[in-house]
Design a binder for this molecule. Structure first.
Ligand SMILES: [Fe+2]
Length: 148
């Protein structure tokens, strides 16, 4: 069987998909479990963020399909591909924010690796899509850091 010419790009997109899923679940965990005086603001901020992240999960998977590859999708696969660690519902509000900051920074690293692969493959469409994801994560980091 011949290897898909976009093999490295597909691998990096699958990694981005898995990490986005992990960040989605973590952000929802903190949306549900956050406590403290800033509850309402952070509960709503986290909802805005996980809603945006869920759109990336779908879009990333569809970009993988557009490269003529199936999208492996199970907890086992996501876990295997994932750098972002699970959330902790016992964290204080500021521990949750710090944990999310670290996770968004990991997400930036993973997306920049995928961006590099789009340059190698001259795939301007997925390059543009990933820039959009990075724009969101930069803004999310600004909001989270400003909430500490
Ligand atoms: Fe909710």
């Amino acid at each position: 069987m011949t290897q898909n010419t976009n093999h490295n790009l597909i691998t990096s997109l699958n990694k981005a998909l898995s990490n986005h899923f992990a960040l989605y679940i973590k952000t929802q965990n903190y949306h549900w479990n956050i406590q403290g005086p800033a509850f309402l603001n952070l509960h709503e901020l986290f909802e805005t963020q996980y809603t945006e992240i869920s759109s990336f999960i779908d879009a990333t998977a569809e970009h993988i399909r557009s490269l003529n590859s199936k999208v492996p999708a199970s907890f086992e696969i996501f876990n295997k591909n994932c750098e972002i660690l699970p959330g902790n519902e016992s964290f204080t509000a500021s521990e949750m924010i710090k944990d999310l900051i670290q996770s968004h920074e990991t997400m930036e690293k993973v997306l920049k690796e995928a961006l590099q692969e789009t340059e190698t493959a001259s795939d301007h469409v997925i390059n543009d899509y990933l820039i959009g994801c990075l724009t969101f994560h930069r803004k999310a980091l600004w909001f989270l850091k400003s909430s500490l």
